[in-house]
Design a binder for this molecule. Structure first.
Ligand code: KIV
Ligand code: ZN
Length: 433
């Protein structure tokens, strides 16, 4: 994967600013079918969830939270269908969420009966506001909720020995919880699960509501890694939301701070402003020459399934994926892209075309959409369209003159001028007689 070169290293101004960059992809876990689904105006039907699940599997997501089966009958039914119809490939692990209550945990395991492998994800809120307002409990009382949850998960899992279980714990609202208290709770959970004795454990730190700048969240993650017990024996996962618009940045800085795994959703669907956008993080890695192990080469199909299942649009300027993000209307950009493409073809090597951070063909996009003409366009764009679509190469003086005519036509119509119209205008002005 050397098509894209990482950004250049900046000399460190001083020792407090270490040069850190993400060197390899985290494990990506999708929470589309749970966090994403629970935030939809119209939750997905079982059929839509199946379609979405197949999409996630198809693009290479290996850990998929499929629902909250103890809280929702459709989620229970969906989990059963996945298992009974044998729809879970060997390399994919499903995950289900549950609160730390015995009856709910028991029901969760019923939903999973017969699955070869699964992640049981138990959570409880640990931040002071919820301790006081929702549970009316002090720190010890809330820690006991987590401990009881961990015990029930461990003991009920033992009743299903045919399954390879991973246990996951989330101190919900980790980012709003006192750091020392979060470590205390996680240590207590791990003392029951014993990842150091071979139990597979994921500890997931949620920024349930994003309340700080991403560097502060990363500091919280680093602080946690430095103090938590048995760190080398469990997978550290992050679950960021996007309330301040920096869910992706928080997740990326969190990786630098020591996390191994990220939970997110396609296009950032999820509660309120959404979850971390898995597509953006994966593409950010890809564009720096790191294989995200997520295949986004059929972006239009991914968007179509997403739209159909969630009922949500993808913004035309959505990072990497939006319909307009590889399109240039303005003259100077078009000119630079045209020259850059010629250069790229001749020279080869890492991708370096101005204004195009990656080759749009990598996402299944076509070059036709890159240069489009309206009143903002100049000779570079017009020349590009005539050459690309009609095999006509113009000398510079004619390109300048013809671009003026195209610009006048675009100004008069106030709209985009498509390639056919550019050609017929050229035909009328220069060839027709
Ligand atoms: O945002 C959150 O805290 C969650 C947890 C249940 C992990 O979705
Ligand atoms: Zn969430």
């Amino acid at each position: 994967h050397r098509k894209y070169a990482p950004a250049p290293v900046i000399a460190k101004p001083d020792r407090r600013w270490p040069d850190r960059r993400i060197e390899r992809a985290p494990v990506f876990a999708s929470v589309d079918l749970r966090d994403g689904n629970q935030a939809l105006e119209r939750p997905m039907s079982v059929e839509q969830k199946l379609q979405f699940f197949d999409l996630l599997v198809g693009i290479g997501v290996t850990e998929i939270e499929v629902g909250f089966p103890s809280a929702s009958q459709p989620d229970f039914d969906f989990t059963r269908r996945l298992i009974e119809e044998g729809r879970i490939p060997d390399h994919v692990t499903i995950q289900v969420l549950t609160q730390a209550r015995e009856d709910l945990i028991r029901r969760t395991f019923e939903a999973l009966a017969g699955v070869p492998r699964a992640i049981v994800h138990v959570y409880n809120s640990t931040n002071p506001a919820q301790r006081e307002q929702v549970f009316g409990l002090d720190r010890d009382g809330v820690r006991r909720i987590a401990e009881n949850g961990a015990r029930w998960v461990r003991d009920i899992a033992a009743e299903y020995p045919g399954t390879d279980w991973t246990f996951q714990y989330s101190p919900e609202s980790y980012s709003a919880t006192e750091p020392d208290y979060a470590v205390e709770v996680v240590d207590a959970v791990n003392a029951i699960w014993r990842p150091d004795q071979g139990q597979q454990v994921i500890i997931n730190l949620p920024a349930t509501v994003e309340i700080t700048t991403p560097n502060v969240f990363a500091d919280q993650v680093e602080w946690f890694c430095d103090r938590v017990a048995m760190r080398e024996h469990f997978v550290l996962s992050l679950h960021t939301h996007n309330d301040r618009g920096t869910g992706v940045a928080a997740a990326e800085l969190g990786l630098l701070a020591g996390a191994d795994r990220l939970e997110g959703t396609l296009f950032g669907n999820g509660e309120r402003t959404g979850n971390m956008d898995l597509i953006t993080v994966a593409m950010n890695l890809y564009s720096q020459g790191i294989d995200p192990k997520i295949d986004l080469s059929e972006m239009e199909r991914i968007e179509a399934v997403y739209r159909e299942c969630t009922g949500l649009p993808v913004h035309p300027r959505h990072p990497w994926a939006g319909e307009l993000v590889y399109t240039a209307f303005s003259g100077s950009h078009q000119d630079a892209i045209r020259k850059g493409m010629v250069h790229q073809q001749r020279r080869g090597g890492p991708w370096q075309v101005p204004y195009l951070p990656i080759d749009p063909r990598d996402l299944g996009r076509h070059y036709e959409a890159v240069v489009r003409i309206n009143s903002q366009s100049g000779k570079g764009g017009v020349t590009h369209v005539l050459e690309r679509d009609h095999g006509i190469t113009l000398p510079r003086w004619l390109a300048v003159e013809f671009a003026r005519a195209v610009q006048a036509a675009a100004e008069a119509s106030g709209a985009e001028v498509n390639s056919r119209t550019v050609h017929s205008l050229f035909d009328r002005l220069y060839l027709a007689t």
